[in-house]
Write a protein that binds this ligand. Structure first.
Ligand code: SF4
Length: 478
């Protein structure tokens, strides 16, 4: 099933389509209001884009510096070429320590690598602790948005889920009551966890530290209680200096949700000191293991994208989700219609770059309105990249020659008004004799979701000429 069919399933529920569209547009307007309050907003975007350009041009050097400084601080650094290596490293770290229960804060990279099923199959319980992620995990489905993973669900549906999975009361749909239920359920899992996994928003070469931002504080709790913290980071997430964080932290929250700052900005550098408060008999801890911090640096196709000048800017993405919130196609077709880890405009670029065969349809799920490029805090020219993908995908089209020949012919005809008019007259007369469905079939999938207007018997030019003639006759007769 392609994007068009999956989108059709989403829009078959007009009520859901309407509030999904409205909810995301509301976030977009909050982002606009927050951006307007920062007088140097455009300078900040330019600064962030320049830092990313600079960093992407020096990745090997920056990661080497990061490794040296992180190791000095006691962090153990691992390198993974692809998703398989990443999952094996994480599994080995857990297995060697006999760990069976893990909590995870939101990380699109671990989604991309398929870490949850990998660990689940090997008998390790992995619990997503971000509320939205937990909801989609319990429903056994993928997040539909990179910042608001359960935005496609009604409160009532979440209430039914919690009733089933957490023993909540019947008919519950009050957000506060739902959050309280989830908190109660998660608290027990935090306390029982033997390891905490997180993603990384920004790694800093100068210090060997990294930053994780959340709105729920789940990354802090998930890494403060267990003795093992494993962080997974994509190759593109490095910044040269600690001072470079400032523009990104100012841009990220405002672009994502319209907040001035995310509720929790946690800085990690080396393992935390052993907690004197941890009782030796706390579930999940033997009370003797020294805290450990591991970071897994993952390539998984990023260096290939880095070597493609037309698309490398996509690696500057800070996963704020602003391009999804503003995209008219995403808002009305839902995140699952993309069937990709990252949906929306940035997903269409990254996923197509990763696997252009599987995701060949995604660059065409775009109106080319340019709104995504307009809001992107790091100025990624998303719509241009999607257009470039269309060109490269179309160059493999077996009918390309025929199309080009047809367009050349049309171009010649349109340059000669008399030919154009004659062809229009013949074409109209011919098409009016055919049943409408035949013509729609001839034009292919383009017409599947569009209805053709009834063809007029006369062209605009003919009507216009007749009117001019009639007016002249009236004036002569006066
Ligand atoms: S491409 Fe830009 S707007 Fe879209 S998620 Fe990434 S940083 Fe945000």
């Amino acid at each position: 099933m392609g994007h068009v069919e999956r989108a059709a399933r989403f829009v078959a529920d007009p009520e859901r389509t309407r509030w999904h569209d409205e909810a995301l547009w509301h976030v977009r307007t909050r982002r606009d209001a927050a951006a307007r309050l920062v007088p140097d907003w455009e300078d900040l975007r330019e600064q962030a884009a320049a830092i990313k350009r600079h960093a992407l041009g020096r990745l090997p050097e920056l990661w080497q510096a990061f490794e040296t400084n992180a190791s000095r601080a006691g962090t153990i650094v691992h390198w993974a070429r692809d998703a398989r290596e990443h999952n094996e490293i994480v599994y080995r770290l857990l297995q060697e320590r006999g760990i069976r229960r893990v909590v995870k804060s939101k990380s699109m990279l671990t989604e991309e690598c398929g870490l949850n099923p990998h660990l689940g199959k090997r008998g390790i319980e992995i619990v997503d602790t971000d509320l939205g992620e937990r909801i989609v995990q319990l429903r056994r489905e993928a997040p539909s948005h990179i910042v608001m993973p359960a935005i496609h669900l009604r409160r009532r549906e979440i209430g039914e889920l919690f009733e089933r999975e957490m023993g909540g009361p019947k008919g519950i749909d009050d957000p506060e009551a739902l959050t309280a239920l989830a908190r109660r359920d998660l608290r027990a899992r935090f306390l029982a966890a033997e390891a905490g996994l997180t993603g990384v928003n920004f790694a800093v070469a100068e210090t060997g530290g990294f930053v994780v931002v959340t709105n729920e504080g789940n990354a802090d709790l998930g890494t403060a209680l267990p003795d093992l913290h494993i962080a997974s980071v994509g190759l593109e997430k490095i910044l040269p200096k600690q001072g470079d964080l400032a523009p990104f932290l100012r841009l990220l929250a405002r672009s994502a949700t319209g907040q001035a700052m995310t509720a929790y900005t946690s800085h990690f550098r080396g393992p935390r000191p052993p907690s004197p408060a941890a009782p030796p008999d706390r579930p999940g801890s033997d009370g003797r293991r020294d805290p450990e911090l591991h970071i897994v640096i993952v390539d998984n196709g990023r260096s290939r994208l880095l070597g493609t000048p037309a698309f490398r800017e996509a690696l500057a993405c800070i996963r704020c989700g602003a391009c999804l919130n503003t995209c008219p196609v995403y808002r009305r077709s839902g995140g699952h219609s993309y069937e990709a880890t990252i949906p929306g405009p940035i997903g269409s670029v990254l996923e197509t770059a990763r696997d252009s065969r599987t995701h060949a349809e995604l660059p065409f799920a775009c109106s080319l309105c340019g709104s995504c490029s307009e809001v992107c805090p790091v100025r990624i020219p998303l719509h241009r990249q999607l257009l470039a993908f269309r060109e490269s995908i179309s160059s493999d089209d077996p009918h390309r020659r025929l199309r080009r020949w047809g367009l050349d012919l049309l171009g010649r005809v349109m340059l000669r008004p008399a030919h154009y008019e004659r062809l229009g007259r013949w074409g109209r007369a011919f098409a009016r004799r055919l049943p409408g469905t035949w013509l729609e079939g001839l034009l292919g999938p383009w017409t599947r979701h569009r209805s053709l207007p009834t063809l007029p018997s006369r062209s605009f030019r003919e009507l216009h000429r007749e009117r001019v003639k009639a007016r002249a006759a009236r004036e002569d007769g006066r």
